[in-house]
Structures are given as C-alpha cells and as structure tokens.
Write a protein that binds this ligand. Structure first.
Ligand SMILES: C[S@@+](CC[C@H](N)C(=O)[O-])C[C@H]1O[C@@H](n2cnc3c(N)ncnc32)[C@H](O)[C@@H]1O
Length: 250
C-alpha cells in the first residue's frame, strides 16, 4: 500500500484500506540492522504470515506473552484518555487490548513503526472504528512534537537495536511524553544464574539477536540521557530475570 505524508494532527486512520501516515524523513529508509538481522522476522513479506500467531508469539517468550502483555498494560490503567503512544508493532494481541483501553477512555492511540508491512498487519488486527493512527517513522527519530503524549509503551524493541539506535529511541520517548506521563518498557534482561532458561536462551540470542546480550550486560539506565540515568524508577524482574519491566514517570 502506498503511504502518504501527513501532519501529526492528521485524522485517525485505523480503517482497513486507509493510508498510513508517513512521517519518516526518508520514505525508503529501513534501518540496516532490520534488513541484516531481522529480515526473517519483520521485513520479508512472509514474516507476518509466519509470525502473526498468538501461540507462536507466546512460545518465543517461553509461554510468557500474556503475563508480559498484562504486566505492561496494568501500569497504564483500564480507561486511557488523552494520547497514548506505542513504539513499534508487536505480534499477538497487545495492541488490540491496549486499543480497547484507549477506546474506553475516549483517548487516541498512535502506533509508530518503520515498516509499512508491520503497520498494515497491525491495522488489520484493529477494529475499523479503533481510535488509532499508524505512523510510519523511525523510533530513533520521531517526527513528533515535544511533550505530546500522556503515556507510552515499548514492548521488546530495545534488545533488537544497536546501541546508537537504542540510545536515541529512549531519548525520543523521554522527549515526546509529557512531564508526569508514564513510559512502560518491557524487554529482556539477564536471567538469574539458577534459571536453566539462561543456558538455552544465551546461545539462541547470540545466534539470532546480536544486540540482545547488551540487555544482559547493562541496565536500561545505561542508554538513558542524564538526568534520567541517575533517577530511581520502578523495576520488575519477571520469569527469573529473563524479562524486565521498567516504568518511568516522566
Ligand atoms: C517491537 S519489536 C519486537 C516485538 C516482539 N518480538 C513481538 O512481535 O512480539 C518488532 C517491531 O519493531 C519494529 N522496529 C524495529 N526497529 C525500529 C525502528 N528503528 N523504528 C520503528 N520501528 C522499529 C519492527 O519493524 C517490528 O515491527
């Protein structure tokens, strides 16, 4: 599908067949790490056909999809007014559930992703009257004004990004969320030494997800700008440390 250029105040466009809102600086720019390391998961046209299965998304997370999804949503609340941002599409039903909460609160949801194939797939999962916009742009260069959103959610994106992208993505999130707004991030972390999953997952991540071990080595604060890197925030370890959730109040 063709995408169009529009301003951030463009109308809500979740309906099937409606154009994507393209706010990227370069229409064709796919970050090289996606093309090189994640073509099979997101970029290839067959990727959606293979991976858009709830059971598969859950299997990849060792049966923890629902637990992680709900952990991410619980901090945001059940009726979300104002503006909510989701950075990067996710296979499975995270966004449909988030969108229900946004609709219940009379709010608006913006979902950004750099791949039109992923935004188009997500749009098909949302009801036609969903209060949601699909914005094609890079998380490390959000074409959105400062302090626009009441809250933001990011689910398993950071471990896929090389460090320079990861740093810029976190800075952009902190920039576009309003002071007092919440940012919820769920991703991998270093499993506890006693967790047997650690010894299987380590080599799998090393083979398939070359930047994921950064999240085993360092806390997410390592890629935050000051003063955020020095502030305490809510941290929850999940499934014996395999996953983490952090909640930042902007
Ligand atoms: C959120 S991550 C991983 C989600 C998780 N593995 C799942 O689907 O259950 C996958 C998404 O991030 C998107 N993505 C990766 N790098 C991006 C970037 N720099 N800007 C925007 N979206 C990006 C990919 O296009 C893909 O749709």
């Amino acid at each position: 599908m063709e995408s169009v250029i529009a301003s951030p105040s463009a109308p809500v466009v979740a309906q099937p067949g409606s154009p994507l809102v393209d706010l990227s600086s370069d229409d064709h720019a796919i970050p090289s790490y996606l093309d090189v390391h994640y073509w099979w998961a997101y970029v290839h046209p067959n990727a959606v056909r293979v991976f858009e299965r709830q059971w598969l998304a859950s299997a990849i997370l060792w049966g923890n999809y629902a637990r992680l999804r709900d952990a991410a949503l619980i901090d945001l609340g059940t009726r979300l007014s104002g503006r909510t941002l989701q950075v990067a599409c996710v296979y499975g039903d995270l966004t449909t559930r988030l969108c229900r909460r946004v609709a219940a609160g009379g709010g608006q949801l913006d979902i950004v992703d750099v791949l039109p194939v992923q935004l188009n797939n997500l749009r098909k999962k949302l009801p036609a009257d969903a209060p949601a916009r699909m914005l094609k742009m890079d998380s490390s260069d959000l074409r959105l004004p400062d302090a626009t959103y009441d809250r933001a959610i990011m689910f398993f994106l950071l471990h896929e990004q090389p460090e320079s992208y990861r740093r810029r993505t976190i800075s952009e999130l902190l920039r576009v969320v309003k002071p007092g707004g919440q940012i919820v991030i769920v991703d991998y972390s270093r499993p506890r030494w006693w967790n047997p999953i650690r010894y299987v997952l380590g080599p799998v991540l090393a083979a398939l997800e070359p930047f994921a071990h950064d999240l085993w080595r360092d806390d997410i604060t390592a890629w935050m700008p000051k003063p955020w890197s020095e502030r305490p925030f809510d941290h929850t370890s999940i499934f014996g440390g395999v996953y983490q959730k952090i909640v930042i109040t902007r």
